[in-house]
Design a protein. Structure first.
Length: 294
């Protein structure tokens, strides 16, 4: 069964302790998210440092997430790599772990053509029986998944959504003008522009900031769904300094430091990422204080 998704999803961090998955902190994070009303969770995406997780750690994190969540909200598992065969193997492995869908990032480094991207995603689609979410983040992958290619892929029944982290607000309009189905979900991957993305036809977000402020992000998303954009923007503007500071260095370095200050998990990241600079630690701390989060 393919699950339809919409709303505010959190791109979960992966907590570490002594360079191992910190299962206790991960459970604390997930329970906090669910209690705050988040609509769904996405483990092992960019924010989850999937690029430095071993395959068995990816399976460990996803299994933990589905067990802790226990079907209370949807889970979309990040399984994307720049190797189609490896991505398919991961997708098939996590399909039996209780996830509602998988998410595959545009293959990085290889610089495939649009035809190559289509065939990559079609191969994943054909190998699984759950939903597949496309993930376009050209700032990290170099290659851009273009609207025409998204529209072609959306003809495949198990490709159910796109996470668009381009911050290009023409994209939802361009994609909607080419789609031939009404049940395809457009999710923003950029916190600062997700309200505008919703106004242009989007259906929610996969958010970094909701690790820190899930209640507020859900509230903004719910207001958007109700068409109350003036109220949504009023709350959204108050969070802009947080959105900015969470990307003062490479994601998820700042958000992990914020979560440490909030007592949820440590700020540990894996090389080649490194801990937040002292200057930016002070910036994060000041923003959290101004929002009364610490």
């Amino acid at each position: 069964m393919v699950t339809k998704i919409h709303g505010m999803f959190t791109a979960l961090v992966t907590p570490f302790k002594n360079d191992k998955i910190d299962e206790s902190a991960f459970e604390k994070l997930i329970e906090h998210q669910i209690k705050s009303g988040i609509h769904g969770l996405v483990p092992c995406g960019s924010t989850g440092e999937f690029a430095t997780l071993e395959d068995q750690e990816i399976l460990q994190v996803i299994k933990l997430c589905t067990e802790i969540t226990d079907k209370r909200i949807p889970v979309i598992a990040g399984i994307g790599t720049n190797n189609t065969a490896k991505t398919i193997a991961l997708a098939q492995a996590v399909s039996g772990l209780g996830v509602d869908a998988v998410m595959a990032v545009v293959p990085y480094y290889n610089k495939p053509s649009q035809k190559g991207l289509y065939e990559h995603y079609k191969a994943i689609h054909d190998a699984i029986n759950i939903g597949l979410v496309l993930y376009n983040v050209p700032s990290r992958t170099v290659t851009d998944l273009l609207p025409a290619t998204v529209a072609q892929l959306a003809k495949l029944p198990r490709i159910i959504a796109l996470k668009d982290a381009t911050a290009n607000l023409e994209r939802p309009l361009q994609i909607l003008n080419q789609l031939q189905r009404a049940d395809f979900t457009l999710l923003s991957g950029d916190d600062a522009t997700f309200v505008a993305h919703n106004a242009n036809g989007g259906h929610g977000s996969i958010s970094v900031a909701s690790n820190v402020v899930p209640t507020q992000m859900v509230q903004i998303q719910n207001l958007c769904q109700q068409g109350k954009y003036n109220q949504a923007l009023e709350l959204h503007r108050k969070l802009l300094p947080l959105y900015d500071v969470l990307f003062c260095e490479s994601n998820p370095v700042p958000v992990k430091y914020a979560l440490e200050l909030m007592g949820i998990c440590s700020n540990a990241v894996r090389l080649p990422l490194w801990e937040l600079s002292d200057v930016n630690k002070e910036r994060v701390k000041n923003i959290l204080k101004s929002l009364e989060l610490i």
